[in-house]
Design a protein around this ligand. Structure first.
Ligand code: CA
Length: 369
């Protein structure tokens, strides 16, 4: 009797360790219980340079979190831009499934999916808190899945820079007249707005910015915020540092996943990815807030020749008016852009009303004290 019990227990244990009894008996069908024992080795390619602060750091942090939470069942090897595929080859690599994951910003793929720009940021759009509300609690992630469906992709928000700086200028911007002929490195929709204002937007990689600005090949450039800008040395190339980054008020970064690879995972591993992405969405934003405030102090203490200036109201009003024109024009070109735009717009209008009574009102009170 005793021996039988021991044998029965051993059989149960073996079945348990092998990943479950039902599947073994039903002919080893690939149900989650069986796959639960499987170890995955995935590749993740990013659009960022190796050791790029916050961005690349956050992605590596995500991979470590997934490994720890999955107890080693999902191992993600992270490759910086250019190591496995070119930085802007990330989207195609994940779509085609040559790698399982990617990290970048959805507005890099504006040429393929114009609507995806809303998932990163649009000029005069919402800040990080509004963006997260729209993505997680509103229709954002649902719409994201919809526009990425034809590309065999699934995406999660992972990282946010917060409101960026307006950029470095080698001349003062006193009125909209100063925008005429202004040659500025500013990508995407912000660039289209500048062009409408009479400026000359140019595209340029990060590595070229310092020299171009220092030699007056360009008159201005935007990049990120104090932390990243100081590392590029832009404070030595131009004197006027303008705020706020009207063109990028709360860019969300994205974790891209090949949909077939995603669907091959057990629900627990999917949940681990979702939770680790959300955790690092918070971490990157927090890290940006801390590093930017420290870098601002460094800038003020060590580079006293720099003038930190707010854009004139007139310039902001003009950019805002032209942004509306740009967005309306883009909406007529692409039905998906129009659909996402309408959802984003109604959400952000409602968000602005609530913000006026909450964050906005509170900030006013604090400013007055
Ligand atoms: Ca930027």
């Amino acid at each position: 009797m005793k021996q039988r019990t021991v044998i029965a227990l051993m059989v149960l244990m073996i079945m348990f360790l092998s990943g479950g009894c039902n599947d073994e008996q039903s002919g080893g069908k690939d149900t989650p219980a069986v796959v639960a024992g499987k170890t995955y080795h995935w590749k993740l390619v990013t659009t960022w340079p190796a050791n790029f602060p916050v961005f690349q750091e956050g992605v590596e942090r995500f991979a470590r979190d997934v490994k720890t939470m999955s107890n080693g069942r999902l191992n993600i090897k992270v490759y910086a831009g250019g190591q496995l595929v070119p930085p802007l080859g990330v989207f195609d690599a994940v779509t085609q499934g040559s790698v399982e994951m990617g990290h970048g910003a959805s507005y890099y793929w504006a040429g393929k999916v114009p609507a995806a720009q809303f998932m990163t940021t649009v000029p005069f759009g919402m800040t990080a808190s509004g963006v997260n509300a729209w993505l997680y609690a509103g229709d954002g992630i649902k719409l994201w899945d919809e526009i990425y469906q034809p590309f065999n992709l699934k995406a999660f928000p992972m990282g946010n820079t917060g409101v960026q700086m307006g950029g470095w200028f080698n001349k003062k911007i006193r009125s909209t007249a100063d925008l005429k002929g202004l040659k500025m490195r500013i990508p995407g929709l912000g660039g289209k707005v500048l062009a409408k204002a009479g400026g000359n937007p140019v595209l340029m990689a990060a590595g070229e910015l310092y020299t171009a600005l220092e030699r007056n090949t360009i008159d201005a450039t935007e990049w990120v915020g104090p932390y990243h800008d100081l590392r590029l040395g832009l404070q030595r190339a131009a004197k006027y540092y303008y705020y706020p980054g009207w063109h990028e008020p709360g860019p969300a970064l994205e974790l891209l996943i090949n949909r077939k690879a995603w669907e091959s995972l057990t629900p627990d591993l999917q949940k681990i990815i979702e939770v680790a992405a959300a955790a690092n969405n918070v971490w990157m934003h927090a890290e940006f807030d801390m590093k930017n405030q420290q870098a601002l102090q460094e800038l003020k203490a060590k580079h006293k020749n720099i003038e930190i200036l707010e854009f004139p109201d007139e310039v902001m009003a003009e950019f805002k008016r032209l942004t509306q024109e740009v967005l309306d024009e883009e909406a007529t070109k692409d039905p998906a852009f129009k659909k996402v735009y309408e959802d984003y717009k109604s959400f952000s209008e409602q968000n602005a009303e609530w913000d006026a009574l909450s964050d906005g009102a509170y900030r006013e009170v604090m400013r007055g004290q």
